[in-house]
Design a binder for this molecule. Structure first.
Ligand SMILES: *[C@@H]1O[C@H](CO)[C@@H](O)[C@H](O)[C@H]1NC(C)=O
Ligand SMILES: *[C@@H]1O[C@H](CO)[C@@H](O)[C@H](O)[C@H]1NC(C)=O
Ligand SMILES: *[C@@H]1O[C@H](CO)[C@@H](O)[C@H](O)[C@H]1NC(C)=O
Ligand SMILES: *[C@@H]1O[C@H](CO)[C@@H](O)[C@H](O)[C@H]1NC(C)=O
Ligand SMILES: *[C@@H]1O[C@H](CO)[C@@H](O)[C@H](O)[C@H]1NC(C)=O
Ligand SMILES: *[C@@H]1O[C@H](CO)[C@@H](O)[C@H](O)[C@H]1NC(C)=O
Ligand SMILES: *[C@@H]1O[C@H](CO)[C@@H](O)[C@H](O)[C@H]1NC(C)=O
Ligand SMILES: *[C@@H]1O[C@H](CO)[C@@H](O)[C@H](O)[C@H]1NC(C)=O
Ligand SMILES: *[C@@H]1O[C@H](CO)[C@@H](O)[C@H](O)[C@H]1NC(C)=O
Ligand SMILES: *[C@@H]1O[C@H](CO)[C@@H](O)[C@H](O)[C@H]1NC(C)=O
Ligand SMILES: *[C@@H]1O[C@H](CO)[C@@H](O)[C@H](O)[C@H]1NC(C)=O
Ligand SMILES: *[C@@H]1O[C@H](CO)[C@@H](O)[C@H](O)[C@H]1NC(C)=O
Ligand SMILES: [Cu+2]
Length: 621
């Protein structure tokens, strides 16, 4: 028998009432090493010396307390519990400079909230492109009252993700660079299943499994299916759906599904669990990139494990379930006509430093000096409803409590963008097809398909190339919520805005001292407006602004030409800049400054060649 002290203190989980438990985790976040693909051992971000990261599992109603110690040494960090509404606990949401200060090395930040939701979630860093370094894990909320609670025997969690052989500290500066003016995203090296590959999942015959699926990747959308097995979708992003049979699913990064799968009665054969990248997300398909990956539903370990070769001409032919057709099990009808409509155009373009950025209505998200939640907390009541104080380039929209809000997204970009809203799920009431590059099509309020009667709701929904989408939700959760593209590269490029929801009500919430302590340690301001002015909230002098625009007419190709001409001039091969670049601009000065370092010349040549290659690929696509 264990001594009493151990019985009391060894378990991190203890019941606080007959119903709800409190789970306390002390997580030490450090660099460890891993090689999930067999390709390359690389640094990854682990927890308590381990990677893959722990799978979080709680029951609905439980409290979760994570004491997060930043043991990385060289990077700030944070944690976001993706899909949690953080209703009443906005301070626990995680994004840096939105609801908290970055957690510097050596500091501990405590996340503490109750979970009153169902289903399939995940957790990941929300700072400086960090989560693709492996800093993400699954988070499952069990619900014994689920309508399908008695329809399954066992429960499984399968994650899927793209995988890079290089760390973000290498990839990020190469991506956000003058030498990558087209903004071509780094293409992953591989695809992984449950942080591994070629996994055999040993299952029992004639058994029904509830399987939680999630794409925890940075960029790649993934088609998912199981050879010769159909299944029933019962949940998307934490929202129960009416049971819907499916054969193929499509998961963008950050999307989740829960399915019921009944295994066969015979055990003579194993079946492939197949993951296939959507090539549409990648600018170039490097020859080394394996586009699909087989794992096995293993009925019999001594039967063969055969690789499945998807027999589709192209991924366009994969008849994946359209989530737009799903009906939420609670049958919440279409929300009424909106009180507030936010219309945003999505574009990508270069700014004056030659770097390619992403924009909502010409604004690329630029962090305020003070986390916006702390601006709400420190501002006098008469200012909180004025979006000015949150900073122009944090792109704030102030919402009134209980308003019906409609977000219209017009994608004036040839890429697919999976948009994620913190603090809510939203109804997806329009999801247009893709359009050609020469005819991006905006949502037309006077000419659209009828809205669904019971629209599907989720927290991450993608907008197709050059298409549009309309989301609706009720502003019933006071908080500052970031709304952003979940492709981590695009978030780094600034494809985000903030919803400052009912700041007058939000002021009733409190911020633990520990959170402000972290600001003090990291040297971040935590009172005042976006410019950290706490004496005059309407004075935004000194706020962080986005980089200036390029001179008009300047294009990505122009920058390539400029870099090329500078390199050539440097080498003495007098070449005049193309595209009429007679005006020596700040970016040219910058290029020259960079090129003054001799090593950079060779580097520039290499990049220049690959950029031109990518640009021509862009044109072909
Ligand atoms: C975190 O882990 C590192 C590496 O194992 C160790 O040096 C450090 O003392 C740990 N810190 C805490 C607070 O647990
Ligand atoms: C998985 O199988 C593929 C194809 O056989 C192989 O290339 C890859 O190295 C395997 N991955 C691991 C982690 O063993
Ligand atoms: C961490 O955050 C602080 C406060 O914003 C900032 O000054 C510092 O540069 C950041 N450190 C890194 C390594 O990004
Ligand atoms: C977590 O939050 C609850 C509710 O606000 C509070 O009572 C409790 O003391 C907090 N625990 C920690 C460790 O911060
Ligand atoms: C897959 O990963 C989850 C954690 O996310 C773990 O619980 C499960 O056991 C793993 N399954 C297999 C088959 O490796
Ligand atoms: C499979 O399960 C069903 C229902 O649980 C049962 O009726 C049937 O006999 C089982 N079949 C076999 C081969 O065990
Ligand atoms: C799965 O569903 C498809 C489409 O409805 C059907 O053609 C196929 O036969 C089904 N497969 C199995 C194994 O039930
Ligand atoms: C969560 O589960 C409860 C049953 O436990 C259900 O009534 C509710 O509708 C579910 N929520 C969603 C968003 O599906
Ligand atoms: C699957 O991978 C193979 C080998 O890389 C490739 O030839 C095939 O086109 C891929 N199919 C799909 C649908 O991804
Ligand atoms: C964005 O900038 C373009 C070009 O300067 C302009 O035509 C357009 O109206 C701007 N859009 C918004 C929403 O401000
Ligand atoms: C937040 O809590 C309030 C009060 O209980 C409730 O009315 C509202 O629906 C909740 N919002 C979300 C997004 O959970
Ligand atoms: C804040 O605003 C006041 C009044 O406009 C101004 O005098 C002061 O310099 C500002 N402080 C900062 C830090 O910008
Ligand atoms: Cu995007």
């Amino acid at each position: 028998m264990k001594p009493l002290s151990q019985l009391l203190f060894s378990a991190a989980t203890f019941a606080t009432s007959a119903l709800a438990a409190t789970h306390v985790y002390d997580w030490n976040v450090t660099w460890v090493s891993a090689n999930p693909t067999g390709d390359k051992e690389r640094p990854v971000i682990g927890i308590n010396g381990q990677w893959p990261l722990p799978a979080l599992e709680v029951d609905k109603g439980d409290r979760l307390i994570v004491n997060l110690y930043n043991g990385l040494g060289d990077q700030n960090t944070s944690m976001h519990f993706h899909g949690m509404y953080q209703n009443g606990t906005n301070a626990m949401d995680g994004p840096n400079f939105v609801t908290q200060c970055p957690i510097p090395p050596g500091a501990t930040f405590t996340y503490n909230f109750t979970v009153d939701q169902n289903g399939t979630y995940w957790y990941h860093a929300h700072v400086a492109g960090q989560y693709p370094d492996g800093y993400r894990g699954s988070f499952i909320v069990h619900d014994k009252n689920a309508y399908f609670a008695n329809d399954y025997d066992e429960e499984l969690t399968w994650t899927m993700s793209d995988w890079y052989n290089d760390v973000m500290d290498v990839l990020r500066p190469e991506f956000l660079s003058l030498y990558n003016p087209s903004g071509a995203e780094p293409v992953p090296n591989n695809i992984i299943f449950n942080d591994s590959q070629n996994v055999s999942v040993s299952i029992k015959p004639n058994t029904t499994y509830l399987i939680h699926l999630m794409n925890t990747g940075a960029l790649g959308s993934i088609f998912f299916w199981i050879e010769d097995h159909n299944f029933t979708v019962v949940e998307v992003d934490g929202v129960y759906t009416e049971p819907t049979e499916a054969q193929y699913l499509y998961l963008t990064v950050a999307q989740r599904y829960a399915i019921l799968l009944t295994t066969k009665e015979e055990t003579d054969k194993n079946y492939g669990i197949v993951l296939a990248f959507d090539p549409g997300l990648f600018d170039v398909i490097e020859p080394y990139l394996q586009m699909n990956q087989t794992n096995w539903l293993e009925y019999n370990s001594s039967a063969p494990h055969e690789h499945v070769t998807p027999d589709f001409e192209s991924t366009d032919d994969i008849p994946a379930l359209d989530d737009f057709d799903l009906i939420p099990a609670d049958r919440i009808p279409l929300y009424p006509e909106p009180d507030l409509e936010i219309v945003v155009d999505v574009t990508m373009n270069n700014l004056n430093n030659g770097i390619n950025y992403a924009f909502f209505n010409n604004i690329t998200f630029t962090s305020p000096k003070v986390p916006s939640l702390y601006t709400v907390m420190s501002a006098p009541d008469e200012y909180v409803m004025d979006s000015t104080i949150y900073g122009e380039c944090a792109h704030p929209f102030v919402l009134t409590h209980m308003d019906v809000v409609q977000i219209v997204i017009n994608n004036v970009d040839p890429g697919t963008h999976p948009f994620h809203m913190h603090g809510h799920e939203f109804q997806v009431i329009v999801k247009s097809p893709a359009y050609d590059d020469d005819s991006p099509t905006a949502y037309d309020p006077d000419n659209h398909d009828p809205f669904p009667e019971f629209p599907m709701r989720r927290d991450t929904s993608f907008v197709r190339a050059n298409g549009n989408s309309v989301f609706r939700f009720v502003a019933d959760n006071p908080g500052v919520w970031i709304f952003h593209c979940h492709i981590e590269w695009h978030l780094e490029q600034g494809l985000a805005l903030i919803l400052v929801e009912a700041p007058d009500k939000l002021k009733e919430q409190s911020i633990p001292d520990n959170h402000y302590d972290v600001c003090k340690i990291s040297g971040s301001a935590y009172v005042g407006n976006a410019a950290a002015n706490s004496t005059d909230f309407m004075n935004l002098n000194g706020q962080n602004m986005q980089v200036k625009d390029l001179p008009s007419g300047f294009t990505a190709r122009g920058i390539v030409a400029l870099v090329f001409s500078c390199v050539s001039a440097f080498l003495g091969m007098f070449v005049i800049g193309w595209y009429g670049l007679t005006d020596a601009t700040a970016s040219e000065a910058k290029i020259i400054e960079i090129l003054e370092e001799e090593d950079a010349v060779e580097e520039a040549y290499r990049h220049n060649a690959s950029v031109e290659q990518e640009i021509s690929n862009d044109r072909i696509n």
